[in-house]
Design a protein around this ligand. Structure first.
Ligand code: G1P
Length: 277
């Protein structure tokens, strides 16, 4: 059973300066909800009830967001605003939030490694990068699709999508053979390759299912691209020894780490709301 979801949330969000100078990028709102809440909801929908968040300095508002605000509750009680907190109240009631800090920015692999104290060494766990906002209006959320696939293959899984070839340098890119429709057995992975060296245009997005043996692999992985410990490199090692699956998810992903993707997501959710009213 996958019940724990790790949220690496220690990054600086420099692409959103000055907005992220004193505010975590994960707290930027798409309409009225912060980005990380969308990720938590996707994880709950996939069956997780422990949200393990890797934070850093200046990220305390994330902790406060997933806690009761007594002053606010008192202030809006019996007013029309009261129902605006229903969603977050339900999350706080149903989930346990655990936190640890990544003290130094040493890469996504290092952030995930820090999470071992929160997710333990006995069970597989999910990883969500909150600035990749995923939706699937047609059915199961992306993480739920991956959990279902995990139940079949019982190995590490990364979500992938086809990107234009000129964009591959922004992503971890996989090479693999398709073993069933949209499911690839990974043979190679490269973090942010040069365009002419990319093994394919199948890019990893911020959704992973990892088995706990990945921690040993990360421990023995050397810093890679940009001098950072990359989860892509650890997974590539793992793929050579064991099994890593890449899954072309159903749905849509907004890159909310970029201003364009953020605006696109805002418009998407705004139009959804308008259609409801
Ligand atoms: C991270 C990963 C990369 C992945 C991307 C998806 O990069 O390192 O492999 O493709 O997330 O969003 P980042 O965007 O944090 O630089």
């Amino acid at each position: 059973m996958i019940t724990k979801c790790l949220f690496p949330a220690a990054g600086y969000g420099t692409r959103f300066l000055p907005a992220t100078k004193a505010m975590p990028k994960e707290m930027l709102p798409i309409l009225t909800k912060p980005l990380i809440q969308y990720g938590v909801e996707e994880a709950m929908d996939a069956g997780c009830n422990v949200m393990a968040i890797i934070t850093g300095r200046g990220k305390r508002s994330i902790t406060d967001h997933f806690d009761i605000s007594y002053e606010l509750e008192h202030q809006i009680k019996d007013t029309s605003k009261d129902k605006m907190l229903d969603g977050i109240r339900e999350i706080i009631q149903k989930c346990t939030f655990t936190y640890t800090r990544q003290n130094e920015m040493k890469g996504l692999g290092d952030a995930i490694y820090k999470g071992n104290v929160l997710v333990g060494f006995s069970n597989p766990f999910a990883v969500v990068l909150a600035d990749d906002l995923c939706v699937n209006p047609e059915g199961d959320g992306v993480l739920k699709q991956m959990v279902n696939l995990y139940n079949k293959y019982k190995c590490c899984i990364v979500a992938i999508m086809e990107v234009p070839h000129e964009d591959v340098y922004k992503y971890g890119v996989i090479e693999g053979s398709e073993i069933e429709d949209g499911v690839f057995m990974v043979s190679n992975m490269v973090e942010k390759p040069d365009i002419d060296k990319a093994p394919s245009n199948l890019a990893v997005i911020g959704r992973y299912i990892l088995t706990p043996d990945i921690f040993d692999v990360i421990k023995n992985t050397k810093p890679g691209k940009n001098g950072e410990l990359q989860i892509t490199d650890a997974l590539c090692e793992h793929a050579k020894k064991g099994m890593v699956i890449a899954y072309k998810f159903k749905g849509k992903r907004f890159d909310c780490g970029s201003v364009e993707g953020f605006v696109e997501a805002t418009n998407y959710f705004y139009n959804l709301e308008q259609a409801k009213n």
